[in-house]
Design a protein around this ligand. Structure first.
Ligand code: FAD
Length: 301
C-alpha cells in the first residue's frame, strides 16, 4: 500500500511535519533514528518563542508529547538507507524493509563530525562521546575535555562545568568562536581551561579513556582526562538521498516551497540548504514542507 506521505526524521522539522500531516488527515508514517534529534542534545534553549527558558530535553519531550497525541505511526530506530523514485511513487528503503508513498519529506537533520585520529574508534562510548547532554552526567566529579571551539563546544562546556571537576576546551583555532555571551561565561570560569591553537593527535587509555595527546606551540603534551566530548561540527544526514541534488556541503537544495529536484520529494530543517540552523526554523520549515506535500498530493488525485 502506498502512503500519502512518509516523513524521514523526528527532530523539530520531522515532528512538526508529522503534526501538520495528522491535522490534514493524511495517511502517513514517520521513519526515524530517534525522537527529538539535536534538540534533545542541546543544554539550555533560550530562543524558542513561548519559552523564555527551557532545556533541550524538555522541549524535545514537549514535541514528542504533541506528536504522540495524534496517535501517529512512528517507526523508531529505523533509518532510511535509499530513496527511489518509481513513476508516481517514492520508495524508502530501510534496513528493515521498503515503504512507498506519493510524497516524502526528508527531515533527517545533521550528525556529529568525527575527529579521525588514532584512538577515536576504540574509545567511542568508553569515555569518548559526541553528546554532552546525553552522557555528561556519567562524568560527575571527573576531568573532561571538550574538543572544538564553536557554539556546540561552548554549550557542552557550560553543561559539563556544572558536573565535572575540571573542563579543558581544546580548540585548534587561535581564538574561541561562537556567541560572545557563551564565550565570556567559559573564559571567566576558573574550572575551565581553554587551550587555543591545539591540535588533537590521539586519544589514549587502556580499556577506557585516560588522556588526550595534543600539539600546541610545536610541543606535544598529554592531558589526563577520563571523558572526551567531540564537538567539532555537524554534517547533513543526506547520503541515503542519492537521487536528490545537494550543495557542496551535502545539504539538500530546496526552493521556498521545500521542493527538491525530484517531484514529490520535499525536505526541511538542518538537512537543507536553508541558512541558519535553529529549532524554530526547522519546525517552521517542517510545517511548510507538509503543506507543500499536501497540495502536491491533492493535485495528483
Ligand atoms: C549542542 C547543540 C545545541 C543547540 N542549541 C540550540 C538552541 O539553543 N536553540 C536553537 O534554536 N537551536 C539549537 N541547536 C540547533 C537545533 O538543535 C537544530 O537546528 C534542530 O534540531 C534541527 O532540527 P531538524 O529536525 O532539522 O534535525 P535534527 O534535530 O538533526 O533531527 C534529525 C532527525 O532525523 C533522524 N534521522 C537522521 N538520519 C536518518 C535516516 N537516515 N533515517 C531516518 N531518520 C533519520 C534523527 O534520528 C533525528 O530524529 C543546537 C544544536 C546542538 C547540536
Amino acid at each position: 500500500m502506498a502512503y500519502d506521505l512518509i516523513v524521514i526524521g523526528a527532530g523539530p522539522a520531522g515532528i512538526t511535519a508529522a503534526v501538520y500531516a495528522a491535522r490534514k488527515k493524511m495517511n502517513f508514517i514517520v521513519i526515524t533514528g530517534d525522537i527529538g534529534g539535536q534538540a534533545a542534545w542541546s543544554g539550555d534553549v533560550e530562543n524558542y518563542t513561548g519559552y523564555q527558558f527551557v532545556t533541550g530535553p524538555e522541549l524535545a519531550a514537549k514535541f514528542e508529547e504533541h506528536m504522540r497525541a495524534y496517535g501517529i505511526t512512528v517507526k523508531e530506530q529505523e533509518e532510511a538507507r535509499e530513496l527511489i523514485r518509481d513513476k508516481a511513487v517514492i520508495r524508502v528503503r530501510t534496513e528493515r524493509g521498503e515503504y512507498e508513498a506519493r510524497a516524502v519529506i526528508i527531515a533527517s537533520g545533521k550528525v556529529s563530525k568525527e575527529l579521525g585520529v588514532p584512538g577515536e574508534k576504540e574509545f567511542k562510548n568508553k569515555g569518548l562521546t559526541y553528546c554532552a547532554t546525553c552522557d555528561g552526567p556519567l562524568f560527575s566529579g571527573k576531568s573532561v575535555a571538550i574538543i572544538g571551539g564553536g557554539n556546540s563546544a561552548l554549550d557542552a562546556a557550560l553543561q559539563l562545568v556544572k558536573i565535572a571537576k575540571k573542563v579543558y576546551v581544546i580548540n585548534n583555532m587561535p581564538k574561541l568562536g561562537g556567541d560572545h555571551v557563551m564565550r565570556e561565561k567559559i573564559e571567566s570560569n576558573p574550572a575551565v581551561q581553554v587551550l587555543n591553537g591545539a591540535a588533537v593527535l590521539a586519544i589514549t587509555g587502556e580499556n577506557m579513556v585516560a588522556g588526550i595527546k595534543v600539539k600546541r606551540l610545536d610541543k606535544e603534551e598529554m592531558i589526563p582526562v577520563e571523558g572526551i566530548f567531540v564537538e567539532i561540527g555537524l554534517i547533513p544526514n543526506s547520503k541515503f538521498a542519492g537521487i536528490i541534488d545537494k550543495n557542496k556541503l551535502g545539504e539538500i537544495k530546496i526552493n521556498s516551497n521545500n521542493e527538491t529536484n525530484v517531484p514529490g520529494v520535499f525536505a526541511a530543517g538542518d538537512v537543507t540548504d536553508v541558512p541558519e540552523k535553529q529549532i524554530i526554523i526547522a519546525a517552521g520549515e517542517g510545517s511548510k514542507a507538509t503543506l507543500g506535500a499536501f497540495k502536491y498530493i491533492s493535485r495528483m488525485r
